[in-house]
Ligand binder design. Sequence first.
Ligand code: CUA
Length: 323
Amino acid sequence: MVTTGNESLMHTGTIWFPEAGSALAGQTDLLFYTIFVASVLFFLVLIGITAFFLVKYKRSGKHTAALKQITHNDKLEIIWSVIPLIVVMGIFYWGYMEYLKLIVPPANTVDIHVTGKKWMWQFEYPQGKQTLTDLVVPVNQPIKLIMSSEDVLHSFYLPNFRVKKDVIPNRYTVLWFSPERVGNFQIFCTEYCGDGHSQMLGNLKVVSAEDYQKFLTEEEGKDIPDDQLDKLGAKLYVSKGCVACHSLDGKPGVGPSWKGLYGSKRTFSNAPAEVADDNYIRESVVKPGAKVVTGFGPVMPTFSGLLSDREITGIIAYIKTIK
Ligand code: CUA
């Protein structure tokens, strides 16, 4: 299981919803609860009246036939048609206005590009900085995500913000939200997209405006310069999404396990066999299609440009420790 650090957060909120991260989420919840409570009330009233009539007008020795046939009652029929009509039109209007707020982003957004691919989320920020899995955004700023997929249909879901949108190849979809407090929130893929779907997770990190500026300008990996290489690799294994496809216990996943990988003889469906050394692992990270291990599909996306040299070295060092 992947730990995201959000577990405690997922347990706040109610039985229906996790904690709301924006005012709009609170409005969505209010609409939901209104419809829910109204539905429960109507249900109880209708079932109650039905049960009452069942007992009261049960055919018995006393009542063997209807006393008279009632064909209609104008007053009653108008009442039970017009009142529900007003109620559902009111709910429709309310829902429609909420929907407009949900799909039309405000003018002054921070635009971040999102790419979904099997099986990770990749983010690109205005200044060209990129991250995998972690989406970092400033607090109290409307954020607009411009999303597309490299392969199949995915769906980007932020439960705390009550927003969700399909991420589709060859097309851009847009999703916006306005985080109102600093913290970590869960990102899910909610469209079944293959073997690694349930591991296609991410973290939304809402930070202060200053921290966001710092994040945009800082070098990738600079915040963990003291890590030993193998410890760095272990962190990247989770944060860069390797965990979705590569197990550590020898079980084959979407990709080969990392257990005992280093120094083992590898056979490929598209290249001669080779012993896995540092250069082989490096090549597999930046050009995954060059040598595809027998029995696996050519599905791994390239991490070229997404990992610094030191990070790749860290991953190799980590793989060496998994014997
Ligand atoms: Cu991507 Cu499910």
